[in-house]
Design a protein. Structure first.
Length: 199
C-alpha cells in the first residue's frame, strides 16, 4: 500500500449509483487510494443516494430545477465541493451539463458507455447509447473516461476500454458487458491522474 494520503473524491450521480458502488468497493478492497467525502445527487429519492447512505457517505441533493440557469446550478455544486476540499470530482451517471470553474479544470472526470467521440453528446446516456451502437451495427464498443469541460462528452480522453458486440445482443446485454469494462476503467483513470499529479 502507498503511504501517500488518499485522494478526496466527490461523486455526482443522477441514477442508481452502480458506478458509485464500484468506486466504494475498489476503495474498500485497497485497489484505489481514495476516500469519498461527498455524494451529490441531482434529485431526491435516487437509488444511488440510498446506496450512499448504506455506505455511510455524506450526501447532498442539488436539483437543477431549483436554479435559474446552469451557471447558478454549477455554482451551487462547486461551492459544496469546495467545502470538502476535493482533489477530484467523479461524474457517475450524472446527466446535467456543468460549467467547470477554473479552479477545477482538469479535476472533473466522467465515464461514458461508448468509445467517444462515437455516440456521445446531449441526450446520449444509458440504454440510448447501446441502442445506437446496435443500430450502427458496430462489432466493438466500450467505455471512455475523460476530463470534463463545458460541453457534453467532449473533454480530453484519459483512457478507453473495449469489448465485443455480439449478433445476439440487446441494449441491456451490451450495457452489462460495457459496465464490466467501466468497473476497471474508472479506478484506473483515477490512478493515472493521481500518478500524474503526484509526480
Amino acid at each position: 500500500m502507498t503511504s501517500l494520503p488518499p485522494s478526496k473524491l466527490v461523486v455526482l450521480i443522477s441514477g442508481s449509483g452502480t458506478t458509485l458502488v464500484n468506486l466504494i468497493e475498489k476503495i474498500r478492497a485497497g485497489e484505489l487510494n481514495a476516500q469519498i467525502d461527498l455524494v451529490i445527487g441531482s434529485k431526491a429519492n435516487l437509488k444511488g443516494l440510498d446506496r450512499s447512505a448504506e455506505a455511510n457517505l455524506p450526501s447532498l441533493v442539488v436539483d437543477p430545477r431549483g436554479f435559474a440557469d446552469p451557471a447558478a446550478f454549477s455554482q451551487r455544486i462547486f461551492s459544496a465541493i469546495d467545502q470538502v476540499h476535493a482533489d477530484l470530482v467523479c461524474l457517475a451517471g450524472w446527466l446535467h451539463l456543468l460549467q467547470i470553474p477554473a479552479r477545477y479544470e482538469g479535476k472533473v472526470l466522467n465515464i461514458h458507455p461508448s468509445l467517444l467521440p462515437e455516440f456521445g453528446g446531449k441526450g446520449m446516456y444509458g440504454l440510448k447509447v447501446h441502442q445506437a451502437v446496435l443500430d450502427h451495427k458496430c462489432t466493438v464498443t466500450g467505455c471512455t473516461v475523460h476530463i470534463v469541460d463545458n460541453a457534453y462528452d467532449n473533454g480530453p480522453i484519459i483512457l478507453q476500454r473495449t469489448c465485443p458486440v455480439l449478433a445476439t445482443d440487446t441494449p441491456a446485454t451490451v450495457a452489462a458487458r460495457v459496465f464490466e469494462e467501466e468497473k476497471i476503467a474508472y479506478p484506473e483513470a483515477i490512478r493515472m491522474i493521481q500518478a500524474e499529479s503526484r509526480g
